[in-house]
Design a protein around this ligand. Structure first.
Ligand SMILES: Cc1ncc(COP(=O)(O)O)c(C=O)c1O
Length: 385
């Protein structure tokens, strides 16, 4: 029989650590969703969309299973995964696509696996945690570049070559940054990758479905290049979950053979693959969703201008406050008024840059946005921010 651990000290270090977090205004807890959505990444309101629901019902009716029942290399390789990957490769213009269970896992898997030990991985300093963690598992050398500074990427490569680096550089950027709402200098980054015989990895998480022709992302212009890998997450504008890694066939084959998170995990739900297939069709069939989102972005840009605040011009808008406690106070005040706006604190963002992260989705209409912007102005004034 299992004995209860009678040592009262065995949980103390966790409690102490949590108290320390609270003391620094950084303790988090899970909360119920409430209020009008100004915080999700469901940019095109596809997460609860009837058309996707109907596609799922049809998939269930034709026998698509909920669970894959195994890993892709064993019994878990469902025809629905293969259909999705073929359609995604055609849609995003890549030689191949691989479907992972999450964007975090996709970024982790490819950065942990593809760069060799003679290579260099250069990460934008503000890149998503999944890329940092993937890079921490690589055998390649890793370097951080100042945010959105293409010269810093090139300088890192030049310094590494000078030090005797013999492999290939991997430049890693988000096309649209999740916490800042700004865009990467992708044209400069691909030019640097080409100049130095390197690869460019673009995490399109927040651009997929929103930017580019048919919502194919901000790197759509580089589709099909044999040194570009694009990660299209499916849990944001596509309203589902998982991620499609679009890449040259040989690299897809390499991941299937060498990537531990791909090999040693149960394959994503085949039904989720059905949902993503339908979401890709929606991107092509319903451009009006992107147009409406663009109009909301313009409205927010104008509204923020009236508040004397700078706008990103994208669906992601940070309001940087700095102090974490003041940030959370402001977020709570807006939540109390019925707007679901969250505060983002370190370590998710840098010390001194705590912020409200406002995201625009089709879950909130023009009138709700106008009301939210006046509430935002009032609360920032009231709190002296
Ligand atoms: C830029 C970026 N990349 C990757 C991910 C991870 O994607 P997923 O939520 O599908 O795991 C996220 C999600 O938070 C993200 O914002």
């Amino acid at each position: 029989m299992l004995q209860r651990n009678d040592d009262p000290g065995h949980l103390t270090r966790y409690e102490t650590s949590l108290r320390r977090l609270a003391g620094r205004g950084r303790h988090r807890s899970l909360s119920q969703n409430a209020g009008i959505d100004f915080s999700s990444n469901d940019y095109l309101a596809l997460a609860g969309d009837a058309r996707i629901g109907e596609a799922l019902q049809a998939a269930v009716a034709r026998g698509v299973p909920i669970g894959a029942g195994g890993s892709r290399l064993l019994r878990g390789n469902d025809p629905e995964h293969l259909a999705l990957e073929a359609e995604a490769a055609a849609f995003f213009g890549s030689q191949a696509a691989l479907y992972f269970g999450s964007g975090f896992m996709a970024n982790y898997a490819l950065l942990a696996c593809l760069p060799h030990n003679a290579d260099l991985v250069v990460l934008d300093e503000l890149i998503h945690a999944s890329c940092h963690d993937g890079a921490s598992a690589t055998r390649a050398r890793v370097s951080l570049a100042t945010h959105n500074d293409a010269n810093a990427f090139e300088d890192a490569i030049i310094a590494w070559r000078r030090d005797g680096g013999t492999g290939r550089p991997w430049l890693v950027a988000e096309s649209l940054y999740s916490m800042d709402g700004d865009r990467a200098p992708l044209n400069d980054l691909i030019a640097i990758a080409n100049r130095h015989d390197g690869f460019l990895v673009v995490d399109e998480a927040h651009a997929t479905g929103v930017f580019g022709p048919d919502g194919r992302g901000l790197a759509a212009g580089f589709e099909g290049l044999d040194n570009v890998i694009a990660v299209h997450t499916c849990g944001k504008a596509l309203g589902a979950s998982g991620a499609l890694v679009c890449l040259p066939s040989v690299l897809a084959d390499y991941l299937v053979n060498r990537s531990r998170p791909f090999i040693y995990a149960t394959a994503p739900s085949p039904l989720m693959a059905s949902a993503v297939r339908e979401a890709l069709r929606v991107l092509r069939d319903e451009p009006e969703r992107r147009d409406r989102l663009k109009r909301l972005v313009t409205q927010m840009t104008d509204g923020l201008g009236e508040l004397g605040r700078e706008a990103t011009g994208t669906q992601i808008q940070p309001i940087v406050i700095g102090d974490p406690t003041a940030t959370m106070q402001c977020a709570e005040a807006l939540q109390a008024r019925g707007y679901d706006i969250r505060g983002i604190r370190p370590p998710t963002v840098a010390e001194g840059t705590s912020r409200l992260r406002i995201s625009l989705t089709l879950n909130a209409d023009e009138a709700a946005l106008a009301d939210m912007l006046s509430a935002l102005g009032e609360e920032l004034d009231r709190l002296g921010l």
